[in-house]
Each structure stands twice: as C-alpha cells, then as structure tokens.
Design a protein around this ligand. Structure first.
Ligand SMILES: [Zn+2]
Ligand SMILES: [Zn+2]
Length: 264
C-alpha cells in the first residue's frame, strides 16, 4: 500500500509499505480523507504537536475512513463501518487522566503524530478512539470532526450568553468554524476580522456575519464581550485583549511559537 511518510525535517516521501495488522483492541481503517492542519506544518518543520513526531512517521490526525479489518477482541465495530478517529490516546493511569484532565496526559500517544495516521491507505487505531459515523455525515465532512471538536472544547471553556457581542480574530479555517459555532450556540452578534476584502465579503454573506473588519485598514473597536483569537501571532493576541470591554472573556485558541510573547 502507499503511504506519505515524513522521513525527516521537511522531508516527505511516498513509499510502498506493509499493510498494518490490528492488535487485539484495534481496527484497520481504509483512509478516505485526511486534513492538513497547522500542527502538521509544525511537525513537518521538526517542531512538536500534541507530542513529538519521530520520523519515519505518517501524519494525518484529522481523518475518516472505512473499517477494513478488526482485531480479535473488537466487538463494537465491524468491517464496512464508516468512522472517524479522535487522534489522542490517553493512558488512563497518570495523575492527569485520573483527575479528569486527560488532555494533559503524561503518556499521550496520538494517531498521525506518534503513530501512523490518515495520510496512508490503511492505518490502525484502538477502538477507544474510533467513532462510528451517523448515516447523515459524509466521509469528507467527518474528517473535520477533530478540528471542530477542538473548537467546541474552547467554546465549552467560555461562559456564553445569547446577548453577548462576539468577535472572532482571523478568518482562517478555525476562525470560520468558531464564527459558525458562536451562531449555533445562540450568540446574536458575531463579527469577524481578516485581511482580504473579497474573502471577508464572501464570508459575511455565507456565514451571516454581522460585521467584517479588514485589519489592514480598519481599527477593531473595543466593544466585545467574547473574543476568540484564532491566529496565534503576538499582534493578533494583542488585538484580542484590546478589543474587549470590562468583564469580557478572551479565548486564546491560536497556537503560537513556543517562545512567543505578547504584551497586555
Ligand atoms: Zn489538527
Ligand atoms: Zn494519562
């Protein structure tokens, strides 16, 4: 089978590799879609994601596919099931896992980071992180479950009320997901910043944004109760703080460089 293998820093190769065999609690998934995320770009450049990726490794932590084989102990999934994967596999035993903070797990392994992911024809995952798709979710949409889930977790950390005025900083992929989530959580006023008029105009129309702000030529008013930063640069992190009213909440979602600083 074919696999896109990260063989070193900034080195990707298509290789012919062995079909993976499932362990007792694992399934083999015939990959159909895999997203490429900012984390993949970091891993490609030799930086850590949720954990270190040690080459040779196959990336693709945002993925979907069809179960093609099941391990001997698997009872809840069968060949032909359409699935997506939560890439993060927690140990369940460390202090963080046992105090209900598995995202801080000391022994994290991750599909597409520490073990092979969806950028190959077949990959394995333990059933604890494999989710069967409802019939109304197509496989392409399903590959977005992981990034949307990250955004939903961020939303869960905020105290959101319908009457708040919300701003999303950055109209990249995650920013646009946040704008839609704010609406679906019932927030009445949702504004969005970006840097390109055409793109912003299309997003305003398509996603029912109240006001779009092109930050290359407009100031962001300091009038927001909720600000979601979805870029991860010092300049936009500072914008997020400055856009607030008293008592506001800021979600710093964008991932910056490890040594990055911003003032507030
Ligand atoms: Zn990702
Ligand atoms: Zn753990």
């Amino acid at each position: 089978m074919k696999a896109l293998v990260l063989t070193g820093k900034k080195k990707l190769e298509i290789q012919n590799t062995e079909m993976p065999e499932p362990k007792a609690n694992e399934v083999v998934i015939n990959a159909k879609y895999a997203g490429i995320c900012g984390t993949d770009y970091a891993l490609y450049n030799g930086l850590p994601g949720s954990a270190d990726a040690v080459p040779p490794i196959v990336l693709g932590h945002e993925n979907s596919g069809v179960v093609s084989a099941v391990g001997s102990d698997v009872t809840d999934l069968k060949v032909g099931d359409r699935v997506t994967v939560d890439p993060n596999i927690y140990c369940g035993k460390c202090e963080y896992c046992r105090t209900a903070r598995p995202e801080l797990c000391d022994n994290l392994s991750a599909v597409g980071v520490t073990r092979n992911g969806g950028l190959e024809e077949y990959f394995t995952a333990p059933t604890q992180v494999v989710y069967k798709l409802p019939d109304n979710v197509d496989l392409k949409s399903a590959a977005t479950c992981e990034p949307i889930s990250c955004a939903v977790h961020g939303m869960d950390l905020l105290n959101i009320k319908p009457y708040q005025k919300a701003l999303v900083i950055g109209d990249g992929y995650m920013g646009l997901i946040f704008a839609q989530l704010l609406r679906s959580y019932g927030v009445k006023s949702v504004d969005l910043t970006g840097r390109h008029d055409d793109k912003l105009a299309a997003e305003k129309e398509k996603l029912d944004i109240d006001r779009v702000i092109n930050t290359t030529k407009e100031e962001i008013p300091a009038e927001y109760d909720i600000v979601i930063e979805a870029v991860g640069q010092p300049a936009t992190q500072e914008q997020a703080i400055e856009a607030t009213v008293k008592g506001a909440q800021v979600l710093m979602f964008g991932v910056g460089a490890p040594d990055q600083k911003f003032s507030m």
